[in-house]
Design a protein around this ligand. Structure first.
Ligand SMILES: NC(=O)c1ccc[n+]([C@@H]2O[C@H](COP(=O)([O-])OP(=O)(O)OC[C@H]3O[C@@H](n4cnc5c(N)ncnc54)[C@H](OP(=O)(O)O)[C@@H]3O)[C@@H](O)[C@H]2O)c1
Length: 270
């Protein structure tokens, strides 16, 4: 199916992790393009503010707050979106968080939350929407991974591993369904200026919100991925060389990771 042939008006999109950062910017952009946008995350006040903002500027959006760690809530969110607008055409699996701490020191609650959000929620939501997409021979699943998936490094080992899983899952699924009209793509940003750094590294918000690419740049990448059926996008583009670097220069990376720790700063709260 040619990209330009798609009529995006009133297509139904679900964006996870839309209460802030990349998800919020993506929801705004998709609404501007005429899609009906369902947004989810835990902080419902922020979601309702976003819905009001989108509606005021002529777009269509609904909020479905919930904690994606819970499988029953995931099912309920999909059910509610379908009740409101019918089958989901576009799923943006964006919700996530970083946590810079050696595994041995990390609480199991944090570790399992990371697995729940980055692994179970991504696979479960995809599993819930995919049959309808395949039946319609049309659909878009856009997954937010990270450059961290290409270069596993402490103290983000678990985060990196979950993002590698998202990359592998996306690439495999892309190959599984590409001939059946469903597009699967994965976005791999480097640092992005969001609240991510507040949670992951304990940074002050003033630092986190000024460190890295803009959220609009990532949201535009999501849109380009949908329209041009791109399989993966790195932000910035040259980060695509990080994976081969990690493979070819593994010893150097083993030796050099303390430099990375320096770049994320001393404010790390762990
Ligand atoms: N910023 C970066 O440097 C960077 C780089 C590469 C990749 N990424 C990825 O980009 C994605 C978005 O992150 P961001 O940078 O935009 O950070 P952010 O502003 O902190 O956004 C994270 C979003 O995930 C949601 N979320 C977290 N836990 C959740 C849960 N249990 N249930 C439902 N929603 C949950 C948060 O909403 P609530 O707290 O309201 O639930 C929030 O909306 C993440 O997957 C992250 O790994 C970020």
């Amino acid at each position: 199916m040619g990209a330009s042939a798609v009529d995006w008006q009133a297509k139904v999109a679900l964006v996870t992790g839309a209460s802030s950062g990349i998800g919020c910017a993506t929801a705004r952009l998709l609404a501007r393009q005429g899609l009906n946008v369902a947004v989810t995350a835990r902080r419902e006040g922020r979601l309702y503010d976003l819905v009001r903002e989108i509606t005021r500027s002529g777009g269509t959006a609904l909020a479905f707050p919930g904690d994606l760690r819970d499988p029953a809530i995931r099912e309920h969110i999909i059910f509610q979106v379908r009740e409101a607008w019918g089958p989901i055409d576009v799923l943006v699996n964006n919700a996530g968080f970083g946590w810079a701490e050696p595994l041995a020191a990390m609480s199991w609650e944090t570790a399992s939350a990371m697995l729940d959000i980055h692994v179970y929620a991504v696979v479960h939501l995809t599993h819930l929407v995919l049959p309808e997409m395949l039946a319609a021979r049309q659909g878009w699943i856009i997954n937010m991974a990270s450059i961290a998936g290409d270069i596993p490094a402490p103290p983000l080992s678990l985060y990196c591993a979950t993002k590698s899983m998202i990359q592998a899952f996306s690439e495999g699924l892309y190959r599984e369904v590409r001939r059946e009209g469903v597009h699967v793509g994965v976005i791999n940003p480097g640092p992005v200026a969001t609240e991510f750094g507040v949670i992951a590294y304990g940074w002050q918000e003033s630092k986190a919100l000024h460190h890295g690419a803009s959220v609009d740049r990532v949201a535009t990448a999501v849109w380009r991925m949908m329209v041009h059926r791109k399989k993966n996008i790195y932000i910035p583009w040259y980060l695509r060389f990080v994976r081969p670097f990690n493979v070819l220069c593994a010893r150097l990376v083993d030796w050099g990771h303390p430099l990375f720790l320096k770049t994320i700063g001393r404010e790390m709260h762990r």
